[in-house]
Design a protein around this ligand. Sequence first.
Ligand code: ADA
Length: 569
Amino acid sequence: MIRTFHEHLIRKTSLLDGLWDFVTDSDNKGVQEQWHLRFPAPERQLVVPSCWNNEMGLFQYLGAAWYRTYFHTNGDSTHVRLTCHGVMHHGDVYVDGQHLGYHFGGFTPFSYVIPELPAGQHELIIRVDNTVDWQTLPTDIADWFSYGGIYRSVELQELSDVYIDRIKMDYTLAGENADVSVQVKLRSLSQKAISTPVAVQVNGQAFGAAEALVPAGETVTLTLKETLRQVKRWQIGNAALYTFSVNTPNDDQIDRIGFRTVESRGGQVLVNGEAVYFQGVNRHEEHPEWGFAMPPKLMLKDLDILADLGCNMVRGSHYPQSKYWVDLLDERGLAFWEEIPMWGYFMSRETLASPLFRERGLRMIEEMIERDYHNPSILFWGAHNEIDTRTEEAYSLTEAFVEKIRNLDASRLVIYATAYPEEDIVLPFFDVIGINKYYGWYQGSTEGFRTMLDDFHKHAETLRAGDRPVLMSEFGAAGIYGDTGWEPRLFSEDYQAEVLETALSIFRDDPKIVGTLIWQFSDIRVDLRSDRNYFRDRARSFNNKGLVNEYRKPKQAYRAVRSIYRSGK
Ligand code: ADA
């Protein structure tokens, strides 16, 4: 399942989910021929979508692997689009022995169009490689496990001679009215020019229509504009959604939006003109049995837990989470912070300065915003997390990232998370500043928060960024599930609860802080290797700072935060 609704009623689509042949390639022979030599005895079969590091014997496997399946097309020749919704991290796609392309980036989808595929059975092979290094996003040092695999669905679509390549909806709100523009990009796979009617509907009512002449092999973009009257606003906690469908006689594309505004003004974040105090958590989309391939059932459970906790916001730490999840957030009326997987605490200046790294980051921003442009729950685009924002390299990278985000979407706020609030030189680029600090855990007692915040506010003033609202984007402590005692002590549930209670009360007294995001929702698996010196304090190979453990069982900290979040004080 890709979305919570159907994106096509006319276009034929199917998911190639199921059992695929699978073979690891630890020598990284890396050519397709070698895969064929190893057939017909593949090592095993794996379910797509899933992560191989949840399977027997592959718990720690980092490297290359080959996947194979077959699909069928009918009719003399069929135009086909193949979309991989999540391949971690490097993907090479082959159909009938032809290399269609290579994609880097584990958290965003990519597609290939194959025109005029003859009828019959086709072989689809995907080489997947979850190797990370100093120039990948994430790099080889990040505080979560880089599960490998085809962990989101692979989708097959049959395209008509002229098909809808993309739709883009924009609006401006004036009182109860919305001036809406719908851009429709049509692409031709035909040898001749084709004229086609295009009709747009909103919630089943006619919105606009036009005729498009698409020259052979070309792309044409139409824009239809209309004022919608008395629109209901999408509100936090009260979601109103509108379904747009674009139709030609042979094709369609359906998507949803919600009408709302979000701005950073007077030190506040205003949603539909009203200041919001955000109460939330950082959530990794991860589970010990599923890795990143979280099934919808578990997403619903996570949402129910978040509702019980009293949250109105989630940060998708630290990468674009599944589209299904973002759709659910739209429906439940939760605010979302979405970001690219740029986790920088141990990142070198060489990495920050690497042109390949920068290019990969920019492409991920593009793919993330293209995928989720219409989801109203997303109020914040996150540029990066804890890179060394005291350096010139970080300054230059930030400038490029923020410019890219604003060019692609001027309707949302741009945010990031800093680990160096008192010395940071990039503050002025952003609409909202996220601060990650761990007093009570890595950095002495929780009293340290007060001094840090005083120093930060002064520093922000000197950089003329004192008017920016601040979100406490990470803070917390590890608490091993089940470890309780008479006195709070490091790693106990009691200690974790105490740190969070004290931190929340300090943050609630600071008028410049507009919300708190606890690190973190659930315990997560981390990349703990005996030959490296990173994350040695992660007992059980888990980051244990979850309010619930990895199976979503509540710790004391959960109940402490719940009582504060629910009191609204
Ligand atoms: C950082 C980082 C998180 C996590 C956390 C921790 O703030 O952004 O991903 O690693 O620290 O637990 O130390």
